[in-house]
Design a protein around this ligand. Structure first.
Ligand code: MLT
Length: 398
């Protein structure tokens, strides 16, 4: 009999968004005549920009000719895309090198897979509430997690406790689920803490494109010293509507070098390269052609127009909640609006109440951790008509 990874026994039975899908499917099965509005998982609804579409087509056409055909590509991503990402960072005032960029099928996979590079007995620091992938993937590996509280009292932006040591720190900013975003001074304090503790920050910047306040950092590498203590994950899912197309990237600085127990030098960039070349065969040429178009002037302008549309949805949601005197957070530098469940309800109860009485789907805060127990998340990624209708239904409910 194989010995199974019994750490899986320590996981919740199903992944948060699978559980939501399951409950919504069972509701729609029993209520086929009801129009359900889905503002739960952060999945985009607008079409990809025309520049991206034309480049995806070009990618397909290339595969039709013997001369231009592509088989296996570089596991790390085609040079044209890695360079386009380097230029994008450069426009935001951040210097990285193309061989520090690893193209992948998205930040979800990479934030999970990165755990391959770390031994089991690391001390992991994770904010609560948090994107459940960070927690679940560490539980799968049997690691001990220390949680730091993100609450309304600290504006959902916990700061390091210098009396506590951690080896690996997860930060997501702008934050999923709370929508809070760290400023440069706050991130600098995290970088200082990481350097003092010889720790690594795993920084998820998947929502950087929603930052409207230009003083806020869009990358941890905008902070001095971060090249020596951070890995950054980013994704085109929200930037460019690639939730279904799938493409993301991870920046692993070459300066991230540590000493092994036998004294050998270990480079995280070399380790990630070794991991990816062994377990991953790269993103398809077609998708990478489309992804490179995101970073062209025309493509980026089209993506920004879509982001503006979602930001208006966020404004509509926030306004609707404010009118009901419901305290909310986020929605400004983030596509997510995080609010207190009305009447002090628990978030799963509120989820069921909203689904059954207004046919609106959101995400219960408890799915992101214990500090989310009384909170609820709505996404601005719906279409305008549905977003307005959802808020009208919520308005009538309370
Ligand atoms: C979310 O709704 O939290 C995200 O869309 C999930 C993800 O990006 O995997």
């Amino acid at each position: 009999m194989p010995k199974l990874n019994e750490n899986y026994l320590n996981l919740k039975e199903s992944y948060l968004f699978s559980e939501i899908t399951h409950r919504v499917n069972s509701y729609t099965k029993s209520n086929p005549d009801k129009k359900v509005i889905r503002l739960g998982i952060g999945d985009v609804t607008l079409a990809l920009g025309p520049k991206i579409i034309s480049q995806l087509h070009e990618g397909v056409d290339a595969l039709a000719g013997a001369e231009s055909f592509k088989g296996y590509g570089p596991e790390q991503g085609y040079e044209f895309l890695r360079e386009a990402i380097v230029d994008y960072y450069c426009q935001n005032g951040v210097t990285i090198a193309a061989d520090e960029v690893f193209v992948s099928d998205g930040a979800k996979s990479d934030t999970g897979n990165i755990t391959d590079l770390f031994a089991q007995d690391n001390i992991i620091l994770i904010p609560d509430p948090v994107y459940p992938v960070y927690v679940d993937t560490n539980i799968m590996n049997g690691r001990n997690i220390i949680y730091i509280n993100a609450t309304a009292e600290n504006n959902f932006l916990p700061m390091p406790d210098h009396s506590v040591h951690a080896d690996i720190i997860y930060i997501c900013s702008p934050n999923n689920p709370t929508g809070a975003a760290y400023n440069k001074d706050q991130l600098a304090e995290w970088v200082k803490y990481a350097l003092e503790n010889d720790a690594i920050i795993l920084y998820d910047s998947a929502y950087e494109c929603f930052i409207t306040d230009e003083t806020l950092p869009r990358s941890i590498f905008a902070i001095e010293g971060a090249q020596n203590c951070a890995i950054e994950f980013c994704s085109l899912s929200k930037t460019a509507g690639f939730t279904g197309t799938r493409c993301g990237y991870t920046i692993v600085p070459k300066a991230l070098n540590f000493t092994a127990s036998n004294g050998a030098k270990m480079s995280l960039n070399a380790m990630w390269n070794r991991r990816q070349t062994t377990k991953f065969n790269g993103v398809s040429y077609i998708v990478q052609k489309g992804a490179a178009a995101v970073f062209s002037a025309e493509g980026m302008a089209q993506c920004k127009a879509n982001i503006k549309y979602y930001q208006e949805n966020a404004r509509i949601i926030a306004k609707g909640l404010a009118q009901k005197n419901i305290r909310y957070f986020g929605g400004i530098n983030s596509p997510y609006i995080w609010f207190e469940c009305p009447n002090n309800m628990d978030s799963w109860d509120f989820f069921d109440y909203l689904l059954n009485n207004a046919q609106v789907v959101g995400t219960p805060g408890a799915g992101f951790g214990k500090n989310g127990l009384k909170y609820f998340r709505l996404t601005s990624f719906g279409n305008r008509e549905n977003t307005i209708e959802a808020m009208e239904r919520i308005d009538k409910l309370f």
